[in-house]
Design a protein around this ligand. Sequence first.
Ligand code: PAP
Length: 348
Amino acid sequence: MDASEDSTASAIAKYEALAPSLPCFDSNGGATRRKHGGFWYPEHLLAPTLAARDTFAARPTDVILATMPKAGTTWLKALAFAVTRRRLHAPDDPRHPLLGASPHDLVPFLHTVYEEHRAVPAGPRLDAMPAPRVLAVHAPFSALPASVSVPGSKCRVVYLCRDPKDAVVSFWHYLRKINPAGPGSVGPISQVVDQCCDGVWPFGPVWDHMAEYWRASVERPEKVMFLRYEDLKQDGAGTVGRLAAFLGCPFTDEEAARGVPEAVVALCSMDRLRSVHANRDGVHGVGFTVFNNSAFFRKGDIGDWKEHMTPEMARRLDDVVEEELRESGYLLDDHQKLIDGSSLHGLL
Ligand code: PAP
C-alpha cells in the first residue's frame, strides 16, 4: 500500500468510527442517515464522502457533476459523458459506450470509488481515468473535496436540481423498487414528503443543498454551473449547448449544422438509454443493497407529483422549501434569477 492509499484508508476508517456518535435518523425503507456539517448522509456513504473531501486530489481538467438524489443524476452523467467524449465517440456511433454500459459505470460517483477502496484502491483507479475525468457526487458544496471547491481550483462543477416534489416521488418509487423486502415494506409517500419537509432527506436538507450550489454558481459562474432538470426537458439541445460551452468544449458551427447537440440529446434520451442491455438487466450497488439498473429509469416527467401527492402534501413541501430558499435568494419558479445570476448578488 503506498502513502496515498494509506491516507485514504485511514480517512475512511476515521469517519466510520465517527458515524455511530452522530445524530441518527432511521428512515423507513431507506438507509439510516447520519448528520454531519448540517447535512444528512446515508450512513454507508458518510465515510466515503468525507474521506473523498479530505483526500481527493483534483486535476484542473476534472468535471464534477453534483446532484441531490433523484434530480436527474443518471441523465446528467450520460449527457456530460457524451459531450466530453464526442471527439472519440460520435453520439450517433452504434458502438457508443453509452449503448454498452450504464452511465453510472462510465461516470462513477466519487463516493463509490472511495466506498470500493478496500477492493479496488481509489488512487490508482482515479489516476487511470483519462482526462477530462468526469465524476459525480451527491455531496453538498460545503463537503466537496477542497481541491475542487477552493476559489483557485480550475475544475468545473455542474449542478443539476429538480423540483423537490418530483424528486420525492421519484425517490419513493426507487425505494419500492430496490428494497430487498419488497415494495410493501416501504411506507406511504407521505412519509417521504415528511422526511423532505423535516430536512432529513438523503444529502439534504434539499434547500441547503440547492442554495449552496446556487451561491457558488453566482460567485464563480465560470467554474460552477447551475442547471435544472426542467430546462433539460424543455430545451435539451440548447441546454446541452450551454453545458458544452461551460465545459470548455463548445459545439462548433459545423457540429451545430450537423445536428450534433440534437444527436447527444437523442443518445441520452430515456427511451434510448432504457433499452440498453446494461441499463435494463445490469445490476448496481454495493453496501446497502444491490439492485437492478432499471431502477434508474422510470418516467422522467415534469409534474408527476400530481399523480401521487395530495394537494396538501404538495403545498406543504412547496411552502417549506420556498420559505427556506427565500433566505438564499433562490426561488424555484423564478427562472429569470437562474439565467441572470448577477441580479442575485445583492441578496446573497
Ligand atoms: P440517482 O440520483 O439515485 O442516481 P437519478 O438518476 O437522479 O438517480 O434519478 C432517476 C430519475 O431520473 C428518474 O425520475 P422519475 O422517477 O421521476 O421518472 C428517472 O426516470 C429519471 N431519468 C433517468 N434517465 C433519464 C433520462 N435519460 N432522461 C430523463 N430522465 C431520466
